[in-house]
Design a protein around this ligand. Structure first.
Ligand code: C2E
Ligand code: MG
Ligand code: MG
Ligand code: MG
Length: 290
């Protein structure tokens, strides 16, 4: 059959494609036992704000250590988990694990801070999702004010009525919502006004464009910042990697920044060490300014 299909058929035997297909299959099968075998973990990436980049809070990001493939990014398995329906259980694990970790940090005497959890689009479709999430968090003994949820813009815009309703339910339960990856989806100003979320995260794509020649990059980012501010939203820049990006963002009035420049996603242990250094530094700055 391969021969008959002629030129086009070689694609089906491309080793790279075969590897990719094999990897998807491996992910598909591996997901079934990943939870039971404790293969998931969380890393935490800090968010900073203000003139002196003080620590504001963190975002939890899932990792999967596959027995053969090693550490996998959520970009490699979340979509599959959504298709198989396993995302519901995985998300519940993430929420539970964030709460557990927060309690560990509190017990160690660290001051409380807000943690953001990424929500999968698929879950917005679940009946009374916000209520169930609120229930898990309440039972874990964490106040809703310490948790916020990030929803990607693409999803929110694809089903605006549904997204609007779910966002409203989350807010009613006391959780702030951030619109993640802003600028990459089919944004609509009308929906933005309707959603009224607390926070808008500018996608990394626009932040890296700040380093390019010309002023287009800056024009777009400052327009997004102005738009968000006019709707009373907090603006966060994602994926800040250079000092020049950071400086431009501050000049443009961006409220918060997140990125490898100021802090990579860290394991809970390393994040704890970072928090301790930070707490000491901030205490000494405060002391010095008294
Ligand atoms: P996101 O929520 O937009 O998270 C930001 C991603 O950018 C993370 O990738 C982070 O590691 C990466 N990043 C942060 N700063 C920089 C930087 O300065 N430069 C570069 N190049 N990258 C940076 P990660 O952890 O691979 O996550 C990818 C996406 O997977 C996330 O994008 C989020 O949409 C999704 N995700 C992560 N954790 C979860 C989860 O627990 N549940 C669900 N449903 N989705 C998750
Ligand atoms: Mg996010
Ligand atoms: Mg993002
Ligand atoms: Mg992203």
């Amino acid at each position: 059959a391969a021969k008959q299909n002629g030129r086009n058929s070689y694609r089906f035997f491309d080793p790279a494609m075969k590897d990719a297909a094999a990897k998807v299959l491996q992910i598909y099968h591996g997901l079934a036992e990943a939870l039971g075998k404790n293969q998931f973990s969380l890393v935490f990436q800090a968010k900073f704000g203000g003139l002196h980049n003080h620590f504001i809070g963190a975002e939890a990001l899932i990792r999967w250590t596959h027995p053969e493939m090693g550490e996998l990014s959520p970009l490699e398995f979340i979509a599959t988990a959504e298709q198989t329906g396993q995302i519901a259980q995985i998300s519940e694990w993430v929420i539970g694990e964030v709460c557990r970790q927060m309690k560990v940090w509190t017990a160690l005497g660290l001051p409380p801070f807000k943690v953001a959890i990424n929500l999968s689009p698929e879950q917005l479709r679940q009946d009374r999702y916000a209520e169930r999430v609120a229930d898990i968090i309440r039972k874990a003994g964490i106040e809703p004010q310490w948790i916020m949820f990030e929803v990607t813009e693409t999803v929110a815009m694809r089903e605006p009525a549904l997204a609007g309703e779910v966002i409203r339910q989350f807010e009613q339960a006391g959780f702030d919502i951030a619109l993640d990856d802003f600028g990459t989806g089919y944004s609509s100003m009308a929906y933005l006004r309707q959603f009224r979320v607390k926070e808008l995260k500018i996608d990394r794509l626009f932040i890296s464009a700040l380093d390019g020649d010309g002023e287009e990059g800056e024009a777009i980012v400052s327009a997004i910042i102005a738009l968000a501010h006019s709707l009373h939203m907090t603006v966060v820049a994602e994926g800040v990697e250079t000092v020049s990006q950071l400086k431009k963002l501050k000049d443009m009035g961006c409220d918060q920044v997140q990125g490898f420049l100021l802090g990579k996603p860290l394991s809970p242990d390393k994040f704890e060490a970072f928090l301790r250094r930070r707490t000491n530094e901030e205490a000494s700055i405060e002391k010095a300014s008294q």
